[in-house]
Design a protein around this ligand. Structure first.
Ligand SMILES: Nc1ncnc2c1ncn2[C@@H]1O[C@H](COP(=O)(O)OP(=O)(O)OP(=O)(O)O)[C@@H](O)[C@H]1O
Ligand SMILES: [Mg+2]
Length: 297
């Protein structure tokens, strides 16, 4: 069964076309990444899925029901974390979490306590005094403590530090292990790629790529910097190596992900002293995509 099924979805705000014929299929049990730069249409898509916005054209189904007409039924079975979390300022974090859990009809005290500890959140403080990150934690604890079939998360970890980012990722893996589905938006591919079974990339309201990460590998290059004891030769002849730059004995290159093993084998002949590598940025990926397809950006 598809837990999310979106077909030819469009949404306009006056003259602004936020979504332009979006298709999405998320299968039960999948962790699905929805990646795109600022203003691409991620939040608009999610608001349509939640029944907060009405589509201008096309259809959106969640858990087999219509996102707009069956919103009340759907909300009993999903948990949602928005990118900007606004909470009732006079309630404490704990009170807000309890309110959300009550609304969803789930009351798992142990899970709630465990999550408060893992996210390091003091539930006794008033929401009005929480920082952005702490408000995000309130929403995450409320979501992961509830027993939903589908978790819809809109840039849920943008306010979290690296330690809590790790806690968040563990939570996603845990609900996946229980067979739940997760729809996760982000503007940073590398942040979510380890979590996701499948990814769609949206830009200017259109899906430009969909696939498993291994299917999208051709889009990604890894940047590698290396210092070796013996000067490197022959790099130009190794396939998958691009943009070779030398600065003293530091060499930086871009490597097609699937060629990385061969490139490393080549480099290791010269006795590696120091090595750095990093994921490509989303912008790099888009630039390359548009260069290779000849499309206008
Ligand atoms: N209520 C609205 N009225 C008018 N335009 C809107 C409205 N909501 C969104 N838009 C426009 O729709 C487009 C998509 O916005 P959306 O918020 O979905 O992007 P996003 O991918 O979530 O971006 P971000 O990464 O910044 O959160 C943008 O051009 C935005 O300005
Ligand atoms: Mg958004």
């Amino acid at each position: 069964m598809n837990v999310i099924q979106v077909e030819k979805l469009s949404k306009t705000f006056g003259h602004v076309t936020a979504l332009d014929g979006v298709d999405l299929k998320v299968q039960a049990g999948e962790v699905y990444g929805y990646i795109g730069p600022n203003g691409a249409g991620k939040t608009t898509t999610i608001r349509v899925l939640l029944g907060i916005l009405k589509a201008s054209a096309g259809s959106a189904k969640v858990l087999g029901q219509d996102a707009w007409t069956d919103a009340v039924d759907i909300h009993r079975r999903i948990a949602y974390v928005p990118g900007e979390v606004n909470l009732w300022p006079d309630l404490t974090g704990g009170e807000v979490i309890d309110l959300f859990l009550k609304l969803r009809g789930s009351d798992n005290r142990n899970r709630r306590e465990e999550l408060l500890q893992r996210f390091d959140l003091d539930p006794r403080k008033k929401c009005g005094t929480y920082s952005k990150g702490n408000r995000q934690k309130v929403a995450l604890v409320a979501a992961f403590a509830s027993d939903a079939d589908l978790y819809i998360l809109d840039e849920p970890s943008s306010g979290l530090d690296p330690l809590l980012e790790k806690v968040f990722q563990d939570c996603v893996r845990e609900v996946k292990e229980e067979g739940k589905s997760v729809f996760l938006s982000s503007h940073i591919l590398s942040e979510v790629e380890r979590l996701c079974d499948k990814v769609s990339i949206i830009r200017q309201g259109k899906i430009i790529e969909t696939g498993t990460l291994s299917e999208l590998r051709h889009l990604t290059r890894i940047s590698v910097g290396v210092q070796t004891r013996v000067p490197i030769v022959g790099l130009h002849d190794v396939s998958g190596v691009h943009d070779i730059q030398k600065e003293g004995d530091w060499v930086s290159i871009q490597v097609d992900t699937e060629r990385l093993p061969d490139v490393m084998k080549h480099l290791s002949q010269f006795e590696i002293l120091r090595l750095e590598s990093g994921p490509p940025t989303l912008e790099d990926l888009f630039l390359r995509h548009y260069r290779s397809t000849g499309g206008a950006s």
